[in-house]
Design a protein around this ligand. Structure first.
Ligand code: HEM
Length: 362
C-alpha cells in the first residue's frame, strides 16, 4: 500500500469550509433575515449534490453501454449502478416533505428576493434529462422556450452541445437491436407468438361480448380494436414506421422486438440481467415522474395560482411537463404486448439450452 505522506483530516477532506460557507441568505443581504430561507437553500444544495452523484453513475453506465461488446460483468455493473440511481431518486423524492414543513406564508418572506432565479436553471437537472434521452422535440413549447431563454450563455452552450451527443436511450436501442434473440433457425417464433396474441384478443372479445351491451359494448370493442391495431403494428413495418415518425414510439423495431422477447422469457437465466436493466430504466422514469408530481403539488401549495420566480405560469406549466417529459415510454408500451405464460410458444430445446446455464453437473 502507498505510504500516506499527509494525514487526512475530516473537514479538509470534505472541504467543509467551502461547503458550509455556501449558504448566503438573500433575505439577510436585504436586512430582513427570513428563518426558512436556510432550509430552502440547504434543500436545493442537497438536491444538487445528489444530482452530481446521479450524473456520476449515469456517465459511468453510459461509458459501459457505449462499448460495442457488452459482456455479463459489464451488464451486472450497469444494473447495480442503475439500482443505486433509483435508491437515490427515492431519497431525493422524499426531501420534498422536508421543504413542505415551510408554510406558504413563510416562503413569501423571501420569495421576491429570488426573482428571476428558478429551478429550471438547474443545469444538472437538465443534463440528467438530456443524457437519459429526453429530446428537444418532446418538450412542451413553453419548456423549449424557457430552456434556452432563461439560461446564461455558458450553461446554454453546454446543454446545446450535450444535445448533440449520444443518449442512454440511443445506446439502449443499439444494444437491444444487436442482441441475437430474434434469429431462431427453423423455428418461426413470431408466427407462434402472433397466433397466441390473436387467441388472447379473441378471448378478450368474447368476455366483452358476454359482459357488456349497448354503448358500453361499442366503446369496449373500440378499445379492443385499438389494442388489435397496436399488435398489428409489431408485424407491419410501414405501420410501425408511421408510429415512429409521429413520435408515438421511439425504439426501433428490432429493439422493440428484443425488449419484448426479454420480457416474455424473463425467467430464462440468460435474460435475468437484461430484464433487470429494462426494469431499472422504467423505475427511473417512474421516479422522475413521481418527483415531478410531488414538485407540482408543493408548488400549488406554496404559490396557488401565482407565477413562478422564473416567470412561468407555475404549477400549470410544471403539470404539462410532467406528462410530456417521460423518458422510457416504449418500455411501458411493452406491457400491451405481453401474453400470459401459458399462451407463450414453447421454445425448442436447442433455443432453451442457449438461454440457460447450469451450475450443476450434466
Ligand atoms: C418552495 C419550494 C419550491 C417552489 C415554490 C418551486 C417552484 C417552481 C416553479 C414555479 C417552477 C417553474 C419555473 C418558474 O417559473 O420558476 C419550478 C421549476 C423547477 N424546480 Fe422548483 N420549486 C420549489 C422547490 C424546488 C426544489 C427543492 C427543487 C430541487 C432541485 C426544484 C427544482 C426545480 C426544477 C428542476 C425545475 C424545472 C422543472 C422543469 O422545467 O420541468 N424546485 N419550481
Amino acid at each position: 500500500m502507498r505510504k500516506n505522506t499527509h494525514a487526512c483530516y475530516y473537514s479538509d477532506y470534505l472541504q467543509l469550509d467551502k461547503l458550509l460557507g455556501a449558504q448566503a441568505m438573500e433575505s439577510e443581504k436585504h436586512g430582513h433575515p427570513a428563518h426558512d430561507e436556510m432550509l430552502f437553500i440547504v434543500t436545493h444544495q442537497a438536491y444538487e449534490l445528489w444530482f452530481k452523484q446521479l450524473l456520476h453513475e449515469l456517465r459511468s453506465v453510459m461509458a459501459l453501454m457505449g462499448d460495442p461488446v457488452l459482456d455479463d460483468r459489464a451488464l451486472a455493473t450497469i444494473v447495480h449502478r442503475l439500482k443505486r440511481f433509483t435508491v437515490i431518486q427515492k431519497l431525493i423524492n422524499e426531501q420534498i416533505s422536508v421543504l413542505e414543513t415551510m408554510s406558504p406564508q413563510d416562503f413569501l418572506e423571501f420569495r421576491d428576493y429570488l426573482v428571476p432565479a428558478s429551478g429550471f436553471q438547474s443545469v444538472q437537472f437538465k443534463e440528467l434529462e438530456i443524457r437519459l434521452g429526453l429530446r428537444r422535440s418532446q418538450r412542451t413549447e413553453a419548456d423549449r422556450q424557457f430552456f434556452y431563454s432563461r439560461l446564461n450563455e455558458a450553461d446554454r452552450t453546454y446543454l446545446l452541445a450535450l444535445e448533440q451527443q449520444e443518449t442512454l436511450t440511443c445506446q439502449l436501442d443499439r444494444w437491444l437491436s444487436r442482441l441475437p434473440l430474434l434469429k431462431f433457425e427453423g423455428f418461426a417464433f413470431w408466427e407462434h407468438y402472433r397466433r397466441g396474441a390473436q387467441d388472447m384478443l379473441d378471448s378478450d372479445e368474447a368476455i366483452i361480448r358476454q359482459t357488456f351491451e349497448g354503448d358500453s359494448l361499442t366503446s369496449q370493442l373500440d378499445e379492443l380494436d385499438g389494442t388489435r391495431a397496436r399488435f398489428q403494428a409489431l408485424f407491419d413495418d410501414s405501420h410501425y414506421q408511421r408510429l415512429l415518425a409521429e413520435g408515438q414510439l421511439s425504439l426501433s423495431h428490432d429493439a422493440m422486438m428484443s425488449a419484448l422477447f426479454i420480457n416474455l422469457y424473463r425467467d430464462e437465466p440468460l435474460f435475468q440481467l437484461p430484464f433487470q436493466l429494462l426494469t431499472s430504466l422504467m423505475e427511473i422514469d417512474e421516479l422522475f415522474t413521481a418527483w415531478r408530481y410531488r414538485h407540482v403539488l408543493m408548488v400549488q401549495r406554496m404559490l396557488g395560482s401565482k407565477i413562478g420566480t422564473g416567470g412561468s405560469s407555475g404549477s400549470d406549466y410544471l403539470r404539462r411537463n410532467t406528462e410530456a417529459n417521460r423518458l422510457f415510454r416504449d418500455l411501458y408500451a411493452i406491457s400491451t404486448y405481453l401474453l400470459p405464460k401459458h399462451a407463450l410458444p414453447v421454445l425448442p430445446d436447442k433455443v432453451k439450452k442457449r438461454l440457460g446455464f447450469s451450475l450443476g453437473g450434466d
